[in-house]
Design a binder for this molecule. Structure first.
Ligand SMILES: [Zn+2]
Ligand SMILES: [Zn+2]
Length: 216
């Protein structure tokens, strides 16, 4: 995959950096949602897809519920009928032998988006968007610590992300004080959601798992 400016992934990242929260979480979660939607609309009867679906016995807990959130009743009914007809009661007795394919895709997507950030690091538009951004969440900072080269970029990613984390205490303090009867209730959305932004910054987006630790 090319990550030179001009490539789609570069502009996607640029756009995501201008939104609140961790840009990598935003891109990975958005990609998964689009993929699950498309799958239910286009691939339910695809022979190759159906074979993989049977082999993996569907998806993990998290991705099954994301699939349910698409609200595509017919596709969901077809997929679960196929699983029960193939595996029967074994579905309840043993865990699947294969990992959830959507989880594997998300790990790859996180790495790809991080690569785009690193390769575009010296590009002025990206540098400007990064400097104004909220930085990365805890899981993605740890991923960058493991894989980002050179060390100067790795350290810069971690330092900016940590700075943004520590800055959150002023909004958290303002939110806490807004509950005191002597203060005005919070009206600023950033303050009202300060607890949510802080939690997401530390643990990552709601729908994303911790990237796997590098095997040594
Ligand atoms: Zn993240
Ligand atoms: Zn999964």
């Amino acid at each position: 995959m090319s990550n030179t400016p001009g490539h789609m992934s570069f502009f996607e990242l640029l756009e995501a950096l201008q939104q609140p929260g961790c840009a990598l979480c935003r891109l990975v979660a958005g990609g998964t949602r689009r993929r699950l939607e498309a799958l239910l609309y286009e691939s339910v009867n695809d022979v190759g897809f159906r074979e993989l679906w049977r082999k993996t016995r569907g998806y993990c807990h998290r991705h099954s519920w994301m699939l349910a959130d698409t609200g595509h009743t017919l596709g969901l009914a077809i997929l679960y009928e196929a699983l029960i007809e193939h595996w029967g009661e074994r579905l309840l007795e043993a865990a699947p032998a294969l990992p959830c394919p959507v989880c594997s895709d998300e790990q790859r997507a996180g790495r790809d988006h991080l690569d785009t950030l690193i390769k575009g690091w010296d590009e002025p538009r990206l540098a400007e968007a990064w400097a104004a951004s909220d930085g990365l969440c805890g899981p993605h900072v740890r991923l960058a610590r493991q894989v980002a080269r050179p060390a100067a970029v790795r350290d810069a990613i971690a330092a900016h992300s940590a700075k943004r984390l520590c800055e959150m205490t002023s909004d958290l303090r303002a939110l806490i004080e807004s509950f005191d009867y002597r203060h005005e209730p919070a009206s600023d959305e950033r303050v009202k959601l300060a607890w949510h932004r802080a939690m997401e910054k530390i643990i990552g987006h709601r729908d994303l798992p911790e990237p796997p630790h590098r095997r040594r």
